[in-house]
Design a protein around this ligand. Structure first.
Ligand code: PMP
Length: 360
């Protein structure tokens, strides 16, 4: 589409064109009701249908049964760094974490801030998070194991689900949520900020297995307690109504595409175009372990920082935006989330080859 850029933003990120068009169509007058979703009471029948539909689609896509609740909360994935230990790490038990990057690290800092015990079960910090640990060592009395399925900044992704037996497994899936089929049911709790793969910023999806309710700490502030939101169907207070509606449209788009198997196939092809250029070049370099690299956030370096600057600027002039790496690590990063069209990756791959020729 001529009037849309190739948007490689790490988040908030590109949304499916079909979803934007549908939202545009329904924006002014939702299904003939004479008002927009933004103007509707969250207690109305029409809105209840919207949120129920989104919850049901989410469970269907992940192949989860009625033993899971789906919540839509505010506060970003960052609030979950706090809510997880607050609700699920009791006195005398230890929150276990695999540290694979900035966001895992932030989760670890948060549990420590509330004075709970924390154990780092594995880490790749020594190598600047260039790989995914394949083994981990749990503490005595673990409350749960928390891991980050995809590392948005360092560009690595878990290709396996940690095996923890009966111990609750908790995953921050913010940056690769619903990008591929996986055994979602191996998790006791999953959370993901919407703004990368499933919608606009402002809502976080939390998926909780029902048996976790027996483990919830009690006496928590109302808004920080999962129980509050489960009991009220994410409607204890006014939820982020419009973002939830958008998530529903994205979930419908995923189902219409053929579900997660089709989504993954598309993602492998898209990322492959760019990794292929990197692998066949002595100009571009990937700083991460080949087998651990992410399908969602492709990080790469050029021979110098000056060339990286030039690359990002020239790409932008050619309609490819947001290719600068995260400010904490530098380099370049192309985020290739579900909604990014194949044509954007083709365009970038061709541009990379051309840029290398002109700047070698
Ligand atoms: N976890 C991961 C993996 C992320 O990529 C991010 C944001 N980039 C966060 C957590 C924090 O999310 P939020 O901004 O929604 O709080």
């Amino acid at each position: 589409m001529k009037d849309r850029i190739a948007n490689f933003s790490a988040g908030p990120a590109v949304l499916p064109e079909e979803v934007l068009r549908e939202a545009q169509k329904e924006l002014f007058n939702y299904k003939g009701l004479g008002l927009s979703v933004m103007e509707m009471s969250h207690r109305s029948k029409a809105y209840q249908e919207i949120i129920d539909d989104a919850m049901n689609r989410a469970k269907r896509i992940m192949n989860l049964g009625d033993n899971y609740d789906v919540l839509f909360l505010g506060g970003g994935a960052s609030l979950q760094f706090l809510m997880v230990p607050m609700n699920l790490c009791p006195e005398g038990k230890v929150g276990n974490y695999i540290n694979t990057g900035t966001w895992s690290n932030t989760a670890i800092k948060e549990i420590k801030k509330i004075g709970k015990q924390c154990h780092v079960a594995a880490t790749s910090e020594d190598t600047n998070f260039s790989f995914i640990p394949k083994e981990f060592k749990l503490s005595e009395n673990p409350a749960y194991l928390h891991y980050t399925t995809n590392n948005t900044i360092s560009g690595t992704e878990f290709k396996y689900i940690p095996e923890v037996g009966d111990l609750p497994l908790i995953a921050d899936m913010s940056s690769n949520f619903l990008s591929k089929p996986m055994d979602y049911a191996k998790h006791a709790l999953i959370y993901a900020g919407a703004q990368k793969n499933i919608g606009p910023a402002g809502v976080t999806m939390v998926v909780i297995r029902k048996d976790m309710q027996e483990k919830f700490n009690t006496g928590l502030p109302t808004m920080l307690s999962y129980k509050t939101h489960i009991d009220k169907g994410s409607m204890f207070n006014t939820p982020p109504c419009f973002p939830i509606y958008m998530v529903g449209l994205v979930l419908k788009w995923i189902e219409d595409m053929g579900g997660l198997a089709a989504v993954e196939k598309h993602n492998i092809e898209k990322a492959g175009l760019i990794y292929n250029v990197i692998d066949n070049s002595e100009f571009y370099r990937s700083p991460v372990n080949t087998e651990d690299r992410s399908l969602m956030n492709i990080v790469f370096r050029l021979p110098s920082e000056d060339l990286e600057k030039k690359f990002v600027a020239e790409a932008a002039e050619n309609g490819m935006s947001n290719l600068k790496g995260h400010r904490s690590v530098g380099g370049c990063r192309a985020s290739t989330y579900n909604a990014l069209p194949m044509t954007a990756c083709q365009q970038l791959a061709e541009f990379m080859v051309e840029f290398e020729k002109n700047n070698k």
